[in-house]
Write a protein of this length. Sequence first.
Length: 248
Amino acid sequence: MYDKIKYLKAGDKAIVMEFGDSIAKDINAKISLALEKLKEIDADGIVDILPTYRSILINYEPSKIKYKELLDLLKSIKLDGALDGGGRVKLIEIPTLYGGEYGPDLSFVAKHANLSEEEVIKIHSGTDYLVYMMGFLPGFAYLGGLDERIATPRLKSPRLKIEAGSVGIASNQTGMYPVQSPGGWQLIGRTPLKLYDESKNPPVFIEAGNYIRYVPITEEEYKKIDEEVAEYKYQVVIKDAERSELHE
């Protein structure tokens, strides 16, 4: 993490607040707090706020707020209260059916890690993953904290079609596909939850700074939840948790 935040011009309508040059929890904590402060400010002229692993991109309308005015506003934000291992966070439970047709690469991941499929499932679902950023696709969450024992390279040739809800591993990252798309991640399971729903506002229920917990389910449970989701009867489990209670 940098000693001081860097403020960088990004064209004539955006400013980047850069907090560091690596993927780290302390950087993410600063970014999460900065996002909260920016939402509280709600300055006229700020068009969009986009967090990444190590920075925040602020798009603005120059006719409503000048560059210097916005820069001074950003520099005035106090981040002394960034989380340092304590505090409360949102923990979202993602019911997941591992293996079989839902996770066709689970056997490869197990073989690569020299573990059984059951051990891979136990390791993968035994960690609470920090959502560092959203991107690639609407609702695609980039998660940190994957156990090195099950880190697995991407597919050599990406699939042309991956079902929505698929849970995968790519190198030392894990994540899930919110919509059907091509992709090169090793697929180990699938969730019946609708991760992106354009009929809702907002269309996604996961945000940067949340934590994700994968909960193994049976095929029978999968089908039941899938039906409830389709009928808008399923309530996603979102807990208010202490960071000290997480499995990181």
